[in-house]
Design a protein around this ligand. Sequence first.
Ligand SMILES: Cc1ncc(COP(=O)(O)O)c(C=O)c1O
Length: 378
Amino acid sequence: MRRRDFIRTGTISGVLAGSGALAASVHPLAAVGAPGRRTADGDVRLNSNENPLGISPRAREALLEAITLSNRYPSAQHGALVSKLAAAHEVADSQIVLGTGSAEVLQMVVQAYAAPRAKLVMADPTYEAVTNYQRTEAYELVKVPLTSSYEHDLDRMREAAEGSGHPALVYLCNPNNPTATVTPSAAIDAWIADAPEHVFFLSDEAYIEYVEDDRMWSSLRWIEEKRNLVVVRTFSKIYGLAGLRLGYGIGHPDTIARLSDFASRNNVNQLAIAAADASFRDEGLMTKSREVNRQSREMVEATLDELGLDRMPTQANFLMHRINGDLATYRNRMADAGLLVGRDFPPKLDWNRLSFGLPEDMGRFCDTLRDFRKKGWI
Ligand SMILES: Cc1ncc(COP(=O)(O)O)c(C=O)c1O
């Protein structure tokens, strides 16, 4: 039996055994299978910057309990989670808006700040969702290449945003996806401090919990003073809840009121709320996620260095490295080895974005990379 077939069979029988157990005397948590770090084919997912540890035990338990609420609209629980997040960030409830993933908050911002002759100014490359939402709106898109040290080129972005005097939405992804690099916050703060009001900052901090570089900090310090800024966070990364879809925006009450008009009604569901409530500020989960990420990162960095493949410095749960060849071919060969990696991030088409899995998965990735080198593929 091929290894992948074995994994597939094992997974299916495990699930079946779990569901049968529901009616019997086995603990209901047995119905929840192993962390979904593999696809149904047994492939290891190193392509979507997810948390390979899976959801926390506390979140599993909360999910099972919350199933009984599935016939009820989530408004009451929604309010309770907003209060919890607000208290943690030391802001009022009116300064938080929830989204089905932070992606929905990004969409709200793009829609809320669209205006005739407005510009959308962003780095190149950066996380592309914002451009998807912008296509149906009136923005002129301005992409500004990252600097040679893979930071946002704030001077050029500023010129683009402020030059015309028209409204501008500035997307700042820090750490940046797909490069995992940080832009020093002192420089971002200097711009926010004296930007005109028609420049609106969308500060995407999806990966901030992984950051170890003390040149980066949150833009949250501005939200009391400035209406032209929102900070976006997610439960999809360090909290391991990507499949449940929950993120939020934090800003001035006026800003959040404006964004809320673009949220879909009752957008976040009971299960997502229950799991997020159980995971938020779970120090054990954060520590373990960071530690596992660090081990995986160090293993990958050492292997890339050993093979002489350039890599970008990472402050997140992924990194970009050179592949010395065609990206689609590289990705297909990795998929043949059971490892799903990267996607296209133009203009960096000779680099792969690799998400960190568990150390054992990264060991497999490193062996595969060495094998590719022997074959002259990288
Ligand atoms: C920088 C960044 N922002 C936002 C998102 C969207 O995340 P979600 O909608 O799962 O919160 C992602 C997902 O990968 C991301 O990388």
